[in-house]
Design a protein around this ligand. Structure first.
Ligand code: ADP
Length: 190
């Protein structure tokens, strides 16, 4: 299995690039943000719990997130590989994910981080907020908090996999196609 973590701050283009990669490589795309939005849209108990965190730009508790992820993995036993988008977002989540994959005789192949300047990120998210219908993209304070949480809690996940020789960085500025090519080159070199 080829299991890739697509990594980077909010607004770095993970979702866009994950969609292209799954098309080209035939992998399963798992976006925890999309899973939460689906639950919120259906007003499920999980969705209602997640909403209280997401609206403030905070992380949903690891137990909730990783329970939801396990269900998704259980529902897709025979995939060629997975693109993880938006997870793991803490070192604790990374350790849990590694355990969930090990239980399936699988492991993370690589973490690829999209490198994008902070000013660009805030602009992209505010721009996306005009059309995405996502309340967490429409409020600059929520956006700034998500970036702060990214630096404090999520960025260390890069080092967690770097210590295993699995972390890579890709320039995340440029056209969508240019960035897709850089990601494909990195994956082909694994
Ligand atoms: P973005 O990358 O633009 O921040 P996502 O769609 O990945 O957007 O996530 C939206 C929100 O969902 C996050 O701000 C967070 O509150 C919650 N979320 C998504 N994935 C996780 C996760 N792995 N752990 C905790 N919370 C998460």
């Amino acid at each position: 299995m080829t299991n890739i973590i697509l990594f980077g701050p909010p607004g770095s283009g993970k979702g866009t690039q994950a969609n292209l990669l799954v098309e080209r490589l035939g992998l399963l795309h798992i976006s925890t943000g999309d899973l939460f939005r689906y639950e919120m849209g259906n007003n499920t108990p999980l969705g209602l719990e997640a909403k209280s965190y997401i609206e403030k730009g905070e992380l949903v508790p690891d137990s909730v997130t990783m329970g939801m992820l396990k269900n998704k993995l259980d529902a897709n036993p025979n995939v060629k590989g997975i693109i993880f988008d938006g997870v793991p977002r803490t070192v604790a989540q990374a350790a849990i994910l590694d355990g969930q994959l090990a239980a399936r005789n699988a492991e993370i192949s690589a973490l690829i981080a999209l490198d994008v300047e902070e000013e660009e990120i805030v602009n992209r998210l505010l721009e996306r907020g005009k059309t995405s219908g996502r309340s967490d993209d429409q409020n600059e304070a929520t956006i700034r908090n998500r970036i702060k949480v990214y630096h404090n809690e999520t960025a260390p996940v890069f080092n967690f996999y770097a210590e295993k020789g699995k972390s890579f960085k890709v320039q995340g500025m440029g056209s969508i196609e240019e960035i897709a090519q850089r990601l494909a080159d990195t994956i082909n070199s694994l």
